[in-house]
Structure formats: C-alpha cells, structure tokens
Ligand binder design. Sequence first.
Ligand code: NDP
Ligand code: 8X3
Length: 250
Amino acid sequence: MSKTILITGATSGFGEATARVFAQAGYKVIITGRRKERLDAFKQSLPTCDILPLCFDVTQKDEVFSAIANLPHDYKAIDILVNNAGLALGLGRAPEADLDDWEKMVDTNIKGLLYVTRAVLPLMVERKSGYIFNLGSIAGNWPYEGGNVYGATKAFVKQFSLNLRTDLRGTNVRVTNIEPGFSQTEFSDVRFKGDKERADQVYKGTKALDKEDIANTIFTLSQLPEHVNVNRIEIMPTKQSCGGLFVERS
Ligand code: NDP
Ligand code: 8X3
C-alpha cells in the first residue's frame, strides 16, 4: 500500500519540490497552503499521481484541526509530516523592526507548526509509526544582523524537534530538524514584501541551494531504515560560511 505524506507550505519552494519528489515516487501526497489556485495547479501538473490539495492557513488553529480531522479516510494514515510552512519578514535591526512582522513570524513559524504537529501526532502515535520533518534553519544556529526574531523562531523549532524525540520515546515516531542555509525560493520575495529587485540581490553572483537539494535530502532521510533517526541536519551552500565574531573598536 502507498505511504502518505502531508506537507505544509507546498505551494512554493521546498514544500512544492518535496511534494513533487514524493508524488513521483508513488506516495499519496497531501499538499497544503493558503493559495488554493497553486495547490490545484500542482495537482493538475502531475495527473497520474495521487495528490490531495488541502487549503488552510497554519496560523488558524480551528482551520488546522478541522482540516486534519476531516481528512478522507484513505489519507488519514499519515506516515510523514513535513512542517515546512514558514517565513521571514524584514531584515531590520531589533530597535527598528516592525512588531507586526515579529508577531506574524511567531504565529506562523512557531504556533502554526505546533498546531499542525499536535493535530497529526495522535494519528502517528496510535499506529506506532511516523516521521516528522521540521524546517528549521541555520538562522536558528547562527546569529546574523536582522535575523532577530526569525532566527529565534527557528531556534524554537530546533529545540521543539529535540524535545519531541524525548516525548515520543516508545512510539517509533522519528523526528528530524532540517536546517538549510540560504536557498533560492520565494523566501526573499516574502521577506522583502514583494521588492523583487532586493530579493534578487540576495542570490546574485553566487550559488544558493536549490529547493530540490532540500527535497532530495528529506526523501533520502525518509528512506533510512526505521531504526535510524537523524536528529538534526545542517546544510549550507558551499558558497556560504559563517562570518565570525565582531569586535567594536574606538
Ligand atoms: P517559500 O516562500 O518559497 O515557501 C513558503 C511556503 O510556506 C509557501 O508554500 C507558503 O504558502 C507557506 N506558508 C507561509 N505562511 C503560511 C501560512 N500562514 N499558512 C500556510 N502556509 C503558509 O519559502 P521556502 O520554501 O524557502 O521556505 C520553506 C521553509 O523553509 C520555511 O519554514 C523557511 O523558514 C525555511 N527555510 C528557508 C530557507 C531559504 O533560504 N529559502 C533556508 C532555511 C529555512 P502560501 O503562501 O500559499 O500559504
Ligand atoms: C533562511 C536562511 O540564512 O537566509 O532560513 O536566514 S537565512
């Protein structure tokens, strides 16, 4: 019988690429996001694959729980959950940053991920089987200017992933925190609120990760034997490295 995967934020970037890899490998793929037209177009682009579009906003607790509770019977046995929906908003330093942006990142990257996890977990624990991939980031490991709340939300995701491992002892449910470096998706369009020129600058003259690099990593990890759990995996483009510490001088 085909396995089932649910991916949040499958309308773009890592989520969309992951959905494609698993769909083409014969999985039943539940794709979610707010942009219904993109979900429908994705399904149409793979007419021979088993794809269920499910439109909801991860920040809306009731929408999340109702969508999962009302899954058609054939899609309820979720084997893999990819908690991918997320965003960065702005790159301003903390004293000038927009408080609404901070709240939206917390609501999406932290609270949204918690709602989906809490809604899906019982379905896995009951079957004593499952695999959760959370999309963290190098921003949760390494500070950078303007990364303030975005990085902090991803540090939350990392620690939550590790704590889940502990709470899921005895259930066979695996958890991996995926921690990518900078990658060419719609991430910067969203961060810079549609300022295409600024977003394009991020990737200019270098080679970022492709969305497929992360999709393929998730797929490869998912194929490891059930007794293997990779807790965390940090992946950077070769062209990206850490900047070191800064010392103020007079
Ligand atoms: P994209 O902007 O390309 O994709 C983000 C996805 O998240 C979209 O499908 C979007 O769908 C979905 N999403 C955002 N808000 C919500 C919401 N409230 N409810 C439901 N879905 C939502 O970015 P990426 O693919 O790059 O990002 C995916 C994840 O990877 C994020 O968690 C991001 O923080 C993380 N990441 C990204 C890196 C990068 O450099 N690109 C590096 C490290 C981590 P829709 O708008 O249709 O709802
Ligand atoms: C996104 C990676 O380095 O742009 O999570 O913050 S970075």
